[in-house]
Design a protein around this ligand. Structure first.
Ligand SMILES: [Zn+2]
Length: 86
């Protein structure tokens, strides 16, 4: 079971996202490593899993239960294009 970082000081990258396909995830890169830890709930099958893999952007992985491909698009791609919900 992956343990989420307690503070940003422990990681060089951290994101918490809900993707357009309904997938919810938390991803982080522990400091001084080139791996990314991901905890996710698949938007396709609804199951929750964890993945650790080499850190490359965009973070891309496949749901280990249903094979659904999950891509964590960089946020800045959409900058200024979406209205913020209040
Ligand atoms: Zn799935």
């Amino acid at each position: 079971m992956l343990k989420e970082p307690e503070s940003m000081d422990e990681c060089s990258f951290f994101t918490r996202r809900i993707l357009d396909d309904g997938t919810k995830l938390v991803a982080w890169v522990p400091k001084d490593t080139n791996i990314v830890n991901v905890k996710y709930t698949c938007g396709e099958c609804g199951k929750s899993g964890e993945i650790t893999q080499e850190f490359k952007k965009p973070i891309t992985f496949v749901c280990q239960f249903c094979g659904h491909k999950i891509v964590v698009e960089p946020l800045n791609k959409r900058r200024g294009r979406r209205k913020k919900k209040a």
